[in-house]
Structures are given as structure tokens and as C-alpha cells.
Design a protein around this ligand. Structure first.
Ligand SMILES: *[C@@H]1O[C@H](CO)[C@@H](O)[C@H](O)[C@H]1NC(C)=O
Ligand SMILES: *[C@@H]1O[C@H](CO)[C@@H](O)[C@H](O)[C@H]1NC(C)=O
Ligand SMILES: *[C@@H]1O[C@H](CO)[C@@H](O)[C@H](O)[C@H]1NC(C)=O
Ligand SMILES: *[C@@H]1O[C@H](CO)[C@@H](O)[C@H](O)[C@H]1NC(C)=O
Ligand SMILES: *[C@@H]1O[C@H](CO)[C@@H](O)[C@H](O)[C@H]1NC(C)=O
Length: 182
């Protein structure tokens, strides 16, 4: 083959790869969605919505010392439409939360928020982010999602609106904003 033919063959190969690369994704139009819900922690429920699964051997975890450095919890916590814990359940937060601050009350979340009703049923957003417990408002990073939220990215503004150590109840308001594809 002469040089031109080799070049054309090479270009054809590259263009085929490029077009296959595009063909595999089928991304629709980008759009922004806001989702608001309430996270309903109940540590005294049976079963509790969060359970301690690991901690450093020499630390005590109790009501007053509930989040020592290294304490790790697994969550399966209902998400409701309204602040009232008895309002409609619209999803579940499922994942891991670990206390990752040596000298501050800081959690790191690796949590999937799956929606169980409405137009986002069976879709989810994934959070991987730090969560400074005693800051009044917090921002969590949304790093992905599934279903309608495939390839989502965004953030969640969250605020603890009720916390009662005696009853083990914590209610957190979430305003999630994600960019995803139609
Ligand atoms: C953990 O603590 C217990 C009780 O203090 C002790 O008996 C045990 O040896 C410790 N285990 C490790 C791996 O340090
Ligand atoms: C909880 O653990 C802390 C730290 O070890 C201890 O000082 C406190 O007395 C404990 N509180 C209760 C209610 O057991
Ligand atoms: C946490 O506090 C201890 C004791 O004051 C100190 O030695 C350590 O460096 C601090 N750690 C961080 C990450 O600030
Ligand atoms: C969520 O949005 C509502 C309505 O816009 C607002 O009143 C509330 O303060 C927001 N909450 C957070 C945690 O950003
Ligand atoms: C916290 O919960 C306890 C036990 O359910 C209850 O008696 C108390 O009134 C609650 N405190 C607040 C401030 O809601």
C-alpha cells in the first residue's frame, strides 16, 4: 500500500473508534433537578435506622460520646416528604458513615439515597462527602446516581432541624440539586 492508503485506513479506523465512543452513551439533554426531603434518624427504633458496626478498641460509644474518632455506622434510614416522621416515605438513605475527625465532630458519608415513589422511583443519588456535624448548614457533594440520575453531579444543602439525644431522633432537611440527562 502507498502512504496515502495507509493514512486513509488509519483515519477510517480512528473515525470508527470515535463514532463508536459516541454511540455508546446516548446522553440526552442536560437538565437540573431539585429534590427536597427529610432524613428521619431513629436510633431507638427496632431495628434502629443506624447501627454501630466498628470502633477503635479503646473508645466508648454511648449517648454522650456518640461519635468518637473512628466510629463507623451503617444506615438504612427513611426519607420523608415532610418534616413529620409520619409523613409519606419517599426513599431510603443506605450506606456507611464514619467519624473521621480527630479533634472535631466530623462525619464522612458514603451514602446512596434511593427514591421509592414518584417520578424518581428506583433512581438514586450518591453522596461521598464530609459532614461537619455542628455547622448549622452543610453542603454534601453528589458524585453520581442511578436510573434517571445516571451520571448525575451536584450538591445537597442540609440542615439538622431536630435532634434529641434522649429519644435518639434526628431529622435533617435535604435540598438536593443535581445536573443529569433527560
Ligand atoms: C480490646 O479491648 C479488650 C478489652 O479492653 C481487650 O481485652 C482486647 O485485648 C483488646 N483487643 C485488641 C486487639 O487490642
Ligand atoms: C460515655 O463515655 C464517656 C467517655 O468514655 C464517659 O466519660 C461518660 O461517662 C459515658 N456516659 C455514659 C452515660 O455512660
Ligand atoms: C488533635 O489534637 C491532638 C491533641 O491536642 C494533636 O496532637 C493532634 O495533632 C490534633 N490533630 C489534628 C488533625 O489537628
Ligand atoms: C431548602 O429549601 C427551602 C425552600 O427553598 C428553604 O426554605 C430551606 O431553608 C432550604 N434548606 C436548606 C438546608 O438549604
Ligand atoms: C426528647 O425526647 C424525650 C424522650 O422521648 C422527651 O421526653 C423530650 O421531651 C424530648 N425533648 C425535646 C426537646 O423534644
Amino acid at each position: 500500500m502507498n502512504n496515502i492508503n495507509v493514512l486513509l485506513l488509519f483515519l477510517h479506523f480512528v473515525l470508527t473508534l470515535v463514532s463508536q465512543g459516541h454511540a455508546q452513551h446516548h446522553l440526552g439533554k442536560e437538565k437540573v433537578t431539585n429534590i427536597d426531603f427529610y432524613y428521619q434518624e431513629n436510633l431507638k427504633a427496632d431495628p434502629p435506622t443506624a447501627v454501630l458496626v466498628a470502633k477503635p478498641n479503646d473508645t466508648i460509644v454511648n449517648a454522650t460520646n456518640s461519635l468518637p474518632y473512628g466510629a463507623t455506622f451503617v444506615l438504612d434510614t427513611p426519607l420523608t416528604a415532610e418534616q413529620d416522621p409520619n409523613s409519606e416515605v419517599v426513599g431510603q438513605a443506605q450506606g456507611l458513615v464514619t467519624s473521621a475527625g480527630q479533634n472535631q465532630s466530623l462525619l464522612v458519608f458514603a451514602v446512596d439515597y434511593i427514591f421509592t415513589s414518584g417520578k424518581f422511583k428506583d433512581s438514586s443519588v450518591s453522596v461521598l462527602s464530609r459532614y461537619p456535624i455542628f455547622e448549622s448548614t452543610k453542603e454534601l457533594a453528589v458524585v453520581g446516581g442511578r436510573g434517571k440520575f445516571r451520571m448525575a453531579r451536584g450538591y445537597a444543602n442540609v440542615r439538622t432541624i431536630y435532634r434529641n439525644i434522649t429519644s435518639g431522633i434526628v431529622i435533617v432537611e435535604y435540598n438536593v440539586t443535581v445536573i443529569h440527562y433527560e
